[in-house]
Design a protein around this ligand. Structure first.
Ligand code: HEM
Length: 477
């Protein structure tokens, strides 16, 4: 907080100097430059502090609403050190996503790339990105989930839930589960001492994504860089052991090693695995936690969800779920859709223009940043009736083209992005969340926290990690 105040104070002083030195006529003229209208805010910090303080609250929407009302759904601002065109417009977002690799490319600050590693899929570009994206997809598609992954997803979710007694922090438990699932899927490791040690380092690494990038031994970012080194080293050792192992496995790591056909270098594999663990971890676990929070706050929806899962359970003799069970959860899919719409951890994506780009009549200069905001579209009353209310039933009508006021879901629903960088884990995440909800609502009764607020900065989460008092109804393993 002190740091924010200091930034604000410095910026105000600089702003006053700026006003004195430059007369009004010589200041930034958006229309003349062909840019969307807007405001660049204070020198250096731009409008970042307003954005941060909005997203630290339970209701960040006014930040976008005010600007959309003043300037329209495309506006210019200045965020995190750079002028940025902010899009709250579904068509513009689609254009940005579809033109990835042509007119736009993904853009992360160096503080983030240092944590991810340069061979991470999130940072790759061009032909290599295409190849690695489709390789990832081939390990996360529905056939693989159905034939190979589901058994372990179900088993590991049950194993975790079965150990719950008395009080658990749902947010932490969900993170533990998604981490263990990803490690299993990528490198066939069952949870144990090694995975738990890796996960502890990972927690430090993830904190680094949301911290001031000052790399001293005592700062959060400095600790994250050290944790990255430790995680990379642990993965490197594991990769070496796997190369020597004659007992061939059929996981992502085996595909990366090429198993006799060349494959990738050790550094490439380490960066790749590390980033996949990042990509699927906070995202999926946050949706698991928030689905439960929203269900608790919407008792009719919770009752309907329970009914759906109890019907499945009533037809089964074994506790383990099968693919046909997953396919009999239509209301659960509505709950997941709605949770992703209302509170997705990925509110949008940053891109950088690789040429002067014409976007809805404006010209965005080459090298500028564009933020395609999914959240702004998902919460726009124009596209969703009562857009700011959690209403899973709206998805029951979505096939008839209405989400309570919208014309189809294409551009207005993009929780997993789109275009060449469409999330390869979109189906996997749905399956993991569905299995988790199934065993939670059929295996437990629970008392939710009296109050636990949702905040959105530095990342979407509940303030108290959603503590629940649980009572297990039967053994899950
Ligand atoms: C609810 C859960 C999830 C959400 C909301 C989500 C969302 C997203 C979004 C919006 C993107 C696009 C980023 C961009 O365009 O720059 C993305 C990319 C990605 N996601 Fe997910 N994701 C989820 C789960 C997963 C899981 C389980 C995996 C594990 C396989 C995963 C792996 C990835 C990877 C590797 C990318 C980068 C793709 C690329 O740049 O080509 N995600 N995700």
């Amino acid at each position: 907080m002190d740091f924010l105040l200091l930034c604000l104070l410095c910026s105000c002083v600089l702003y006053v100097f700026f006003l004195i030195i430059f007369p009004r006529s010589s200041r930034f003229n958006f229309r003349k430059l062909g840019l969307p209208p807007g405001n660049l805010g204070l020198p250096f910090v731009g409008e970042s502090l307003q954005l941060i303080s909005a997203y630290k609250s339970e209701n960040p929407e006014p930040f976008i609403d005010d600007r959309v009302n003043r300037y329209g759904t495309l506006f210019t601002t200045h965020l995190f050190g750079e002028p940025t065109v902010f899009s709250a417009d579904p068509e513009a977002n689609r254009f940005v996503l579809q033109n990835e690799g042509k007119l736009f490319e993904c853009s992360y600050p160096s503080s983030i790339s240092n944590l991810l590693g340069r061979h991470s899929l999130l940072l790759m570009k061009g032909g290599l990105h295409k190849r690695m994206h489709s390789l990832t997809m081939s390990f996360t598609n529905s056939t693989i989930i159905k034939d190979i992954l589901l058994v372990d997803i179900d088993r590991l979710v049950r194993l975790n839930l079965d150990s719950w007694t008395d009080q658990v922090f749902l947010q932490d438990e969900a993170k533990k589960i998604t981490f263990e699932l990803t490690v299993k899927q990528l490198m066939s490791f069952d949870p144990g001492e090694w995975t738990e040690k890796l996960r502890k380092e990972y927690l430090l690494l993830i904190d680094g994504f949301f911290s001031v990038p000052l790399s001293f031994f005592f700062t959060t970012y400095g600790k994250a860089i050290r944790a990255r080194r430790n995680v990379a080293e642990a993965l490197r050792v594991m990769v070496r052991e796997r190369r020597k192992d004659s007992n061939k496995k059929k996981d992502m790591l085996a595909a990366l090693l090429g198993d006799g056909e060349g494959g990738f270098s050790e550094e490439e594999i380490v960066d790749f695995l590390l980033a996949l663990l990042v990509a699927g971890y906070d995202t999926t676990s946050t949706i698991m936690t928030l689905a439960v929070k929203f269900l608790v706050e919407t008792p009719l929806a919770l009752a309907q969800l329970k009914e759906e899962h109890e019907e499945i359970r009533a037809k089964k003799s074994s506790v383990a779920l099968e693919w046909s069970d997953y396919k009999s959860m239509p209301f659960t899919q509505c709950v997941i859709n709605e949770t992703l719409r209302v509170a997705n951890i990925i509110g949008g994506v940053f891109r950088r223009t690789t040429a002067d780009v014409n976007l809805k009549g404006y010209t965005i200069p080459k090298g500028w940043k564009v933020f395609a905001s999914f959240r702004a579209v998902h919460l726009d009353q124009l596209h969703y009736k009562e857009a700011r209310t959690f209403n899973p039933w709206r998805w029951q009508q979505s096939n008839s083209g209405s989400l309570g006021g919208s014309t189809g879901t294409g551009n207005v629903y993009t929780p997993f992005g789109g275009g060449p960088r469409l999330c390869p884990g979109y189906e996997l995440a749905r399956v993991e969340i569905s299995v988790f909800l199934h065993h939670l609502v059929t295996g437990f009764t629970w008392v939710p926290p009296e109050e636990d607020k949702l905040v959105f900065f530095p990342t979407t989460r509940t303030q108290k990690r959603y503590p629940i008092k649980v009572q297990r109804l039967h053994r899950l393993v």
